[in-house]
Design a protein around this ligand. Structure first.
Ligand code: ATP
Ligand code: MG
Length: 300
């Protein structure tokens, strides 16, 4: 039985497949742990475990640049507390409810997002004036213990009045259900929350900063290497690959992942079993700043 010592168990199995089959698997999202993500997950766990029904629940605001793993962390957390059927078999239990702040943020659209997440069949959404009551009731019935709201920066696109309505609603929901609310978004999410004094001091900010060059980045590359189904080790975390990947990916985990997937694709298409600098140069990947410049030139 062949084993590839540089690969994790799943990639080990995949690596045995012919290139075409491996190519098909490459686009699948896979979770890679890193220190900051583990810290954020630990905070979420602590929040979920803290005494339920506390009068003033603590809230978290996870802020970081776009494409830097915020949604992946929220999803990972939700998967560890999945939806299930209640013990008496009568209803669903949804310990962690995740929604997105709608792009055009209004109270009404937000309730629709909540009802969709709760699995309410369309047509049962109810009269506008009753939606708040029925949605909160349903959230209690299914035992929601944490509400996660992604893309909270969308709030800033709304008129001042709508922003205020939604911020009031967030405060009200947390108080009424006595559950922690976790908001995720880019910097504008922080600005939106900060515009309400009462909310600001209830939300503890957690940053997911751009990646810096250093040991942690090297560790991330080493972890990525264990999941890419190539038969030979590439040594991504050593020079000169480390430097090249660092320079081209420009600091977000999304770009690091995109670059490595393109490089693996290029390697497999060329019949190679490891990533080299030459493979990366030939891969169908441009750093974000280059992509931006290309678009700007096209538009000129
Ligand atoms: N822990 C992880 N393991 C592996 N890949 C990851 C991880 N986190 C993020 N990625 C990669 O980065 C991409 C972007 O992540 P994600 O969608 O979570 O970013 P985001 O911070 O929510 O961005 P946005 O603000 O634009 O919504 C993912 O599609 C995935 O390819
Ligand atoms: Mg996201």
């Amino acid at each position: 039985m062949v084993t590839f010592k540089h690969l994790g168990p799943e990639a080990n199995e995949l690596a045995k497949l012919p290139s075409v089959e491996r190519l098909a698997h490459l686009r699948m999202e896979r979770w890679i742990g890193y220190t900051r993500a583990h810290q954020v997950l630990a905070q979420l766990e602590a929040l979920l475990a803290s005494e339920p029904g506390k009068l003033r629940p603590r809230n978290l605001l996870i802020v970081g640049p776009s494409n830097n793993g915020k949604t992946m962390i929220a999803e990972k957390f939700r998967r560890t507390h999945p939806q299930r059927i209640s013990e008496n078999g009568e209803h669903e239990v949804i310990p962690v409810l995740t929604v997105q702040m709608p792009a055009e943020a209004t109270v009404n659209r937000f309730f629709t997002a909540l009802q969709v997440a709760l699995g309410t069949p369309v047509g049962f959404y109810g009269r506008h004036d009753l939606r708040e009551v029925s949605t909160l009731r349903l959230m209690r019935t299914v035992g929601v213990r944490m509400l996660i709201i992604d893309e909270v920066h969308n709030l800033l696109g709304a008129t001042a009045r709508r922003q205020r309505e939604l911020l009031n609603l967030l405060r009200f929901m947390g108080n009424e259900l006595r559950i922690p609310v976790v908001c995720l978004g880019i910097r504008d999410a922080y600005l939106a929350i900060r515009s309400d004094d009462q909310l600001e001091n209830r939300f503890h900010p957690l940053l997911l900063p751009l990646w810096e060059s250093g040991e942690e980045f090297a560790r991330l590359l080493a972890s990525f290497e264990t999941v890419l189904p190539l038969r030979e080790p590439s040594h991504l975390s050593s020079a000169p690959l480390y430097e090249l990947i660092w320079r081209r990916s420009e600091g977000t985990i999304g770009e690091i992942a995109a670059l490595l997937i393109s490089a693996t694709t290029a390697a497999l298409l060329q019949g190679e079993e490891r990533i080299t600098c030459a493979v990366i140069e030939r891969a169908d990947y441009q750093p974000p700043s280059v992509r931006r410049r290309m678009v700007e030139q096209e538009l000129r």
